[in-house]
Design a binder for this molecule. Structure first.
Ligand code: TYD
Ligand code: MG
Length: 467
């Protein structure tokens, strides 16, 4: 028998190499090549020894495939059900990824309470002792009779137990602690993670049991061994958020049973994660009054419009080269917008430090936020507050023009719902808004100059009103 050779595989891109390198020759990542066992090469296409197998009788017409018994378990958490595409599908395997400490174990333990009403749930933990789980469950008020705990890390024995025990739902916390005896590498290595995931996948399909797998992400935001894991499982959910902020966003990165556009918003409280059904209200809570440099914009998170406040502080610099800093917004994009304002509107930021923040720890990474950022930059420079009931969205081009954006109707309706009275939108989007009546006053603008004059008109009317 030929000796099985060791190969080295990149944990980021899956590149295979016969010898170890500090840097992956394919994707350029450092220190990502890990020891692995090559896949068997026998029985590949063109092997003359192989007898042909006819599987014609297994070909099925699409119309004959029965989906009437497709079961979805509700989780009791609306935000989670939405991200899953309407609930947890029986026999599916879902990977819940996120940084350590973000709340993965908390969320999964919380949903056990609802599952436990009518299903048997097995919580397999390789990270915490049964006692620790019990203490956490108490804190989360999880006291269902149907929750069972197993604290082992041997993947094969777990699957054997599942075959005998047959729970309705299984949670594996976490895949990085699971191991298979036959594989010599340590738990959490690429080979262990891949083989254990494969084993759980086969078990989920064979026994028709849904399995949740918790996966920690490394510092770059990728699940350890991302390529090998993400394609095996049915759905990949990412739990995101700043650790020091209480908001958490659950995002579907892959979903074989639903859309990847949906997000769920949660808040971490003393007694676990709470759903935030109205994120716009949460984000706008506690807005400062009569302060220059703040404006609200509407961003799309998948198909969901969310209003977020942008704050800019342009202040006299004490440094030889003025500082620019952003949080939740692309740094280079802000520099470009400053350049546009300087070139086309004659404003001058050369001696000012500029700080930008998107409130609530959200990141605004779509061009639709440009207009509100430009308005904030202007407002902070001239030190005139923007009316708190004004919102703006549109992309700003290098010529200072305001360009069209997607989902304009949804954004306008969300702004209207949240009580805004004035909405500055790209002129080219007005056509799309025709046909309905809105309570909110809509101003279409072609360029930044027009947008600023809308702001000034707003301030003037307010001044005349107060007179
Ligand atoms: P955890 O679910 O253990 O994170 P993960 O499984 O993703 O590693 O979350 C732990 C954090 O959540 C911890 O820092 C404390 C915080 N937390 C609360 O704020 N409230 C709670 O009720 C619980 C259970 C945890
Ligand atoms: Mg955990």
């Amino acid at each position: 028998m030929p000796k099985s050779k060791t190969i080295y595989r990149c944990t980021d891109c899956g590149y295979e190499s016969a010898k170890w390198n500090g840097k992956c020759p394919s994707c350029g990542a450092w220190n990502t090549l890990e020891e692995d066992i090559p896949l068997p090469t026998g029985n590949r296409c063109g092997n003359a020894q192989r007898n042909p197998v006819d599987l014609s009788n297994q070909i099925t017409a699409l119309r004959d495939i029965d989906t009437t018994h497709d079961v979805r378990y509700q989780t009791g958490v609306g935000e989670l059900d939405r991200v899953l595409g309407g609930g947890l599908v029986k026999g599916s395997i879902v990977l819940l990824g996120g940084e350590p400490g973000i709340g993965k174990s908390t969320l999964l333990l919380q949903i056990c309470q609802y599952f436990g009403k009518s299903h048997q749930v097995l919580y397999v933990s390789g990270e915490e002792s049964a006692k620790q789980i019990k203490i956490r469950a108490k804190r989360l008020q999880v006291n269902t009779e149907n929750l069972w705990v197993l604290t082992v890390t041997d993947a094969q024995s777990i699957c054997d137990t599942l075959a005998v025990n047959r729970p309705d739902i299984v949670i594996i916390d976490s895949i990085q602690t699971m191991q298979m005896e036959e594989i010599s590498s340590s738990p959490g290595s690429l080979t262990q993670v891949r083989e254990c995931t494969n084993l759980f996948m086969q078990t989920a399909k064979q026994l028709d049991i849904p399995i949740w797998i918790v996966g920690h992400v490394n510092k770059d935001g990728a699940i350890a061994g991302p390529k090998v894991m993400e394609h095996i499982v049915d759905a990949v959910l990412h739990f995101e958020g700043e650790r020091n902020m209480s908001y958490r966003i659950l995002r579907a990165v892959k979903n074989r049973y639903g859309s990847t556009n949906e997000i769920g918003v949660f808040e971490m409280q003393d007694n676990g994660l709470k759903e935030v059904p109205n994120p716009s209200a949460m984000l706008l809570d506690g807005r400062p009054q009569n302060v220059s440099g703040t404006c609200v914009t509407c961003m799309m998170e998948g198909s969901r419009p969310i209003l977020a406040e942008i704050q800019v502080l342009a202040t006299k610099s004490g440094f030889s080269a003025p500082r620019r800093q952003t949080q939740g917004f692309d740094y280079s994009r802000m520099i470009i917008l400053i350049a546009v304002l300087e070139k086309h509107l004659g404003l001058f930021y050369g001696t000012l430090d500029v700080y930008l923040n998107v409130v609530g720890g959200f990141s605004l990474d779509e061009p639709a936020g440009d207009l509100a950022v430009a308005l904030c930059l202007f407002s902070s420079l001239v030190d005139k507050p923007i009316s708190p009931t004004t919102t703006a969205f549109g992309e700003v081009g290098l010529g200072g023009e305001v360009r069209g954006i997607s989902h304009i109707r949804r954004r306008v309706l969300e702004a209207e719902r949240m009580g805004f009275t004035r909405c500055i939108v790209p002129q080219s989007c007005l056509q799309e808004l025709k046909g309905s009546t809105y309570q909110i006053r809509i101003a279409g603008v072609r360029n930044l100059r027009q947008a600023f004059s809308v702001l000034q008109k707003d301030t003037q009317t307010k001044e005349t009103k107060t007179d």
